[in-house]
Design a protein around this ligand. Sequence first.
Ligand SMILES: [Ca+2]
Length: 132
Amino acid sequence: MNSYKAFVIFAFCCVAVQLTWVEAKHFCLKLGLRLLSIETAEENTALLEYIGENYPNYRFWTSGSNLYHPTGKFYWDSTGEMLGFTNWFINQPDNQGGSEYCLEMPSTANHMWNDIECTFSMDFICEAYACP
Ligand SMILES: [Ca+2]
């Protein structure tokens, strides 16, 4: 399925409203989209280019989470796949305070990944999947 993935970012989703991770997930679903998953280095590069040009100072939810996963490892909630490519910031994920279960792209450190509390409100990116 990944090979058919259409890398489409809907800017209107990104910075119009700040939501918790669960809210952001459902916001995307209501639009027929899914909260962002990042499968490859190429996708990550394109994404960072887009963010850098348009929203350099924003932080974004991805669909990454380890909520409820039996292994406790991070997966992409939108696809059910475990993380393959990763772009964690140094010493992350650290599960600070024992309550960081969702994967954000922070506004700093070139948006390298951090785990953070899912109840935090921030911007987010929805993406579309093309039919095979
Ligand atoms: Ca963290």
